[in-house]
Design a protein. Structure first.
Lengths: 346, 329
């Protein structure tokens, strides 16, 4: 595979699976984004998209076994899709419907599917990191060889929760892989404006040094490269050799989230911060040219893993699947109002 | 069979019994189990008993994660104020995850912390800050006032499928009392009537229960029979027992070591004002700490705290035995 230094042991079926999940995530996020204009008011609050992160998400998850577990952030649509959570119930959750994955209690930021190992998210930056670390502590005690993947962004690596967690994970040799998805922006703040390592021109993975654990930086636009790095970290964790920090460099192709506006103002996605805030459209255009989804398609077609027809079928299937998800969500009922007091206590 | 144990002994016995009963119960926190001589470490081993760094956010966050993964962690926090370092995990994570996932997960954990150490520790280690957690949906709050309740409420906390703040009172640590042997559970949301009486209802929590009982004995010498109620848990709160008592006595004095506007008393007063107004023959009186940080110097510390004299005075007022003093706040 040109540019991918081989396929890291991934066979054609697995590579096609990876590409298919990337396409599904992209199409799902496109449908979510389009909802703001096609069905105004249907999505409430604040929604965060994973477009641009597909290769990183799927490459990471490809390194896990079904018994492994993960936690993520409010930018959470990609993980459960790749794990097999039906797009219908995910879209219904984002649309606030009774049929939603979380019954309409959580919305876009709190997708959770424990049966598939996805134990949840935090809407508060960095605060899921100690929770995932606790899941890894549980895995260590259980002693069955489970590994935990913990996903978070570059902004979260400035939270105390990140530093406290990495210290304990290393000290206790916990079976966890920290995947730092560095998209270069904490909302509208660039990494070099808030991160000493970034300002010094160093990768964020150097933070691992402070906690005596391996750290690596990888091209998050290349799912095979991500897979290779995360798989090595997963192997170490499973072998009882402790945690790893993997910095996956990605570029989010949408703004941080839809606009924050009081009711009465229709919500929509603004331009990416590079364009909207920093006046750097060339940065954004360069990122678009490196879009990981067509990039992976190009790789697989050029090396003969996938024919253009097959690639087209994958795209068509994703479009149909996500159109169904929108239809399902739109025709689903809202929860009964009085259900609002269910689940306060177990 | 009951025998006498100090409050702290009852807590340790309860935790030891729960850990022996259920392998899923974990115990970790700062400065515990640093040598093999630690009795918990010796009995339950290093998987289940661990010392942590001074990292409250990670300690409590990891407890949330371990709970999501099927364990039942008890976090040793020593002092309730240390939870403030990790307020997001306590208030905005642990109690909300079950709800936000539509009931897909449970977060059974116990945050074990002492409070109210008004013995010259000045402003940052002395608060009765349970009011901050009282209004958080999904969180339960236990305030044991006796060694027996300390044992029974902790066992119930460990077995509860929700996050529980188990706040033990530092000034009760060595207080002795009869404690049942073997398995002993005190249900949440069930107040204890510590003393029966028909003239006035006194509701008190934690260290204040003893003060209220002492005040009641002094009042009995004056011919006033006070009913003293200890809610034992303030979330859930047994308003039923309090309303029944007020229906009988028509008078209510609330005693609470928390600051006046951050107390359980304020919530109880509101519940009785709404649900028991017709029974009241006098305004409710709250005997709380003043709205001040706890000062270091003893005369000032004494001044801001509720005490036996203040309780007696408040009871006399609601009974019309002395002129009411201006209400603070």
């Amino acid at each position: 595979m040109a540019g991918n230094e081989g396929t890291a042991g991934l066979d054609a079926g697995r590579l096609i699976w990876i590409y298919t999940q990337m396409v599904r995530i992209r199409e799902f996020e496109e449908r979510v984004k389009a909802t703001f204009t096609e069905h105004p008011g249907v999505i409430r609050g604040h929604t965060h998209l994973a477009d641009g992160a597909e290769a990183s998400i799927v490459g990471s998850l490809a390194a896990l076994e079904p018994r492994d577990q993960l936690m993520a952030t409010y930018r959470c649509h990609g993980y459960p899709l790749a794990l097999g959570t039906p797009a219908t119930v995910m879209m219904a959750e984002i649309y606030g419907r009774k049929t939603g994955l979380c019954g309409g209690y959580g919305g876009s930021m709190h997708l959770t599917d424990p049966g598939r190992g996805f134990l949840g998210t935090s809407g508060i930056v960095g605060q899921g990191i100690p929770q995932a670390t606790g899941v890894a502590y549980a895995a260590q005690i259980r002693g069955e060889g489970q590994v935990v993947a913990c996903f978070f962004g570059d902004g979260a690596s400035k939270q105390g929760a990140f530093h406290e967690s990495l210290n304990i994970a290393s000290l206790w040799t916990l079976p966890i892989v920290y995947v730092l998805e560095n998209n270069g922006y904490n909302v509208v703040t660039r990494a070099e404006q808030e991160d000493a390592n970034a300002a010094a021109g160093e990768p964020l993975a150097v933070k691992a040094v402070a906690y005596s654990m391996p750290g690596a930086t990888v091209d998050g636009g290349d799912p095979v490269a991500v897979y290779r790095e995360v798989a090595a970290a997963v192997s170490r964790a499973r072998a009882g050799e402790g945690p790893t920090l993997v910095e996956s460099r990605i570029y989010r192709l949408s703004a941080h989230g839809n606009i924050i506006a009081p009711p009465g103002v229709p919500l929509h996605f603004p331009e990416h911060e590079a364009v909207e805030v920093f006046g750097a459209p060339e940065e954004y255009e360069a990122a678009k040219r490196g879009d990981p989804v067509p990039r992976m398609r190009g790789t697989l077609v050029s090396n003969g893993t996938l024919s253009p027809d097959e690639a087209g079928q994958i795209a068509d299937a994703a479009r149909a699947e996500m159109a169904d998800a929108v239809e399902f969500a739109l025709r689903s009922p809202f929860p009964d109002p009085e259900a609002a007091t269910d689940f306060v206590y177990a | 069979m009951a025998r006498e144990l100090p409050y702290i002994g009852a807590i340790n016995e309860s935790l030891r019994q729960e850990m022996a009963r259920d392998r899923r119960v974990l115990y970790f926190g700062q400065n515990i189990a640093t040598t093999e001589a630690d009795p918990f470490l010796a009995e339950f081993g290093p998987d289940r008993v661990r010392t942590t760094p001074i990292s409250e956010t990670a300690e409590i966050g990891m407890a949330v994660g371990a709970a999501l993964a099927g364990y039942r962690p008890v976090v040793e926090l020593y002092m309730a104020e240390f939870m403030l370092v990790a307020m997001d995990q306590v208030v905005n994570e642990a109690p909300r995850l079950r709800y936000m996932t539509g009931g897909q997960v449970t977060v059974p954990l116990v945050l074990k912390a002492g409070y109210g150490f008004t013995a010259g520790w000045a402003g940052q280690h002395t608060g009765s800050i349970y009011g901050m957690f009282l209004g958080v949906p999904g969180l339960k709050v236990a305030l044991p006032a006796t060694p027996a309740d300390a044992k029974g409420l902790l066992a119930t906390a460990v077995r509860d499928d929700n996050p529980v703040c188990f706040f033990h009172h530092y000034l009760l640590t060595l207080e002795p009392g009869d404690v049942p042997e073997g398995e002993y559970l005190v249900p949440f949301g069930q107040a204890a009537v510590r003393r029966a009486g028909g003239d006035v209802t006194i509701v008190a929590t934690g260290w204040m229960v003893g003060k209220a009982l002492a005040a009641a004995e002094r009042l009995a010498a004056e011919g006033v029979e006070a009913e003293v109620i200890d809610p034992r848990t303030i979330a859930p709160l047994d308003t039923g027992t309090i309303l029944e008592s007020v229906a009988k006595t028509g008078r209510l004095v609330l005693v609470d070591q928390a600051t006046r506007h951050g107390s359980a008393a304020a919530v109880i007063a509101a519940e009785v004002a709404e649900g028991g107004f017709g029974s009241l023959r006098a305004p409710i009186r709250q005997v709380t700490a003043l709205d001040a940080t706890i000062p270091y110097s003893q005369p000032m510390e004494d001044y801001v705290l509720p005490d036996e004299d203040k309780i007696v005075t408040a009871v006399r007022e609601v009974l019309g035995l002395t002129a009411a003093e201006p209400v603070g706040g």
